[in-house]
Design a protein around this ligand. Structure first.
Ligand SMILES: NC(=O)c1ccc[n+]([C@@H]2O[C@H](COP(=O)([O-])OP(=O)(O)OC[C@H]3O[C@@H](n4cnc5c(N)ncnc54)[C@H](OP(=O)(O)O)[C@@H]3O)[C@@H](O)[C@H]2O)c1
Length: 310
């Protein structure tokens, strides 16, 4: 990519897309093509084709998707498979047809089989049944990977696919009920500190092991891969470090400054005991994350305070 390249960041107002824009702008890329959902509905084939004909992006980061938690995924499986298939097929196909130099497609760790070995290597893809609760989403994402691979094989189109681990950071969703674990803990500990509560209840046993990557480190990896990697093989993007939910809760409490008790309740809320991506492929290419989890959480807490005005 050159500073004057025309770069389309699809989904630029989302958690990932906004981090890609920060990273690109910080590095001096000046011709970013950005459209909100309202300006360009990516599920519309005609609208996407017209946009690509008019703007001719040279590089495409495909970070737009219909995204949601377990509840949304299991309540609206038809919407998840439809919208994601449409968004990705329209963007990937138009990028190829209008002669884009390169496209990067974002998947997620839910594409891997439920019983995949841990840490999960890239070649675990399609080796077993998927987790039922987000099967529609995962099947759409797997189709996107296969679409990219097929275009490379049949037409030599430079489309790559990357699989990030769990993310957190600036612009996260801090909703009290339907947020991911880190923003949820930040909010709860912040409120408990403000109210002077002696105890915070966290769901589950605290023993499941998880991996977390700051979204600005992700964006750095995405730009690195856009600049240096061209291949059919998918690439996991993680830190390679894991910690228990209890350790995570204690770390978030420390960052927020909450000094009360943490009690674990409802063991049935645990989910899978361990989820860690094998990121050796990426590490071997020379990329590693810059932030420790504690540094990243401090940034996320500052972002939360700014978002809620606290
Ligand atoms: N967050 C994570 O922990 C995580 C982890 C691994 C992988 N990923 C992957 O990263 C990608 C982006 O996720 P994210 O967390 O950044 O999601 P997000 O915050 O929900 O952002 C998605 C963006 O896509 C846009 N979008 C959705 N439908 C659209 C449509 N029909 N037309 C135009 N724009 C549309 C959304 O706009 P509106 O909000 O206006 O609809 C939003 O700006 C996804 O592929 C996801 O699988 C995320």
């Amino acid at each position: 990519m050159r500073e004057e390249s025309r770069i389309f960041v699809a989904g630029h107002r989302g958690l990932v897309g906004s981090a890609i824009v920060r990273r690109l702008e910080g590095a001096g890329y000046s011709r970013l093509l950005l459209r909100t959902h309202g300006e360009l509905d990516l599920t519309s084939q005609a609208a996407v084709a017209r946009f690509f004909e008019d703007e001719r992006p040279e590089y495409v980061f495909l970070a737009a998707a219909r995204v949601g938690g377990i509840h949304a995924n299991s309540t609206y499986p038809a919407d998840f498979i439809r919208d994601n298939l449409l968004i990705q097929t329209n963007v990937i196909d138009s990028a190829y047809r209008t002669g884009a130099r390169k496209l990067q497609f974002l998947g997620s760790s839910c594409i891997y089989p439920r019983e995949a070995p841990q840490p999960i290597p890239e070649d675990a893809l399609l080796t077993g049944p998927l987790e039922k609760t987000n099967e529609s989403y995962a099947v759409a994402k797997i189709a996107g990977i296969k679409h990219c691979q097929a275009l490379r094989r049949q037409h030599g189109f430079d489309a790559i696919s990357v699989m990030p681990t769990n993310l957190y950071g600036l612009g996260d969703n801090y909703h009290p009920e339907n947020s991911h674990v880190i923003p949820g803990l930040i909010r709860r500990f912040h409120e408990a500190k403000a109210d002077g509560s002696a105890e915070v209840v966290v769901w589950g046993t605290g023993t499941p092991l998880r991996e977390f990557l700051h979204v600005d480190d992700l964006a750095d990896a995405l730009v690195f891969l856009m600049e240096t990697y061209s291949g059919e093989e998918i690439v996991n993007i993680g830190t390679g470090s894991e910690l228990t939910i209890r350790e995570l809760a204690e770390l978030v409490a420390r960052v927020v400054g909450y000094r009360g008790r943490i009690r674990f309740e409802r063991p049935e809320m645990d989910g899978t005991p361990r989820k860690l991506l094998d990121s050796h492929r990426l590490r071997g290419m020379g990329w590693s994350p810059k932030r420790s989890l504690e540094e990243g959480l401090a940034e996320a807490y500052a972002d939360f305070r700014e978002t809620v005005g606290a």
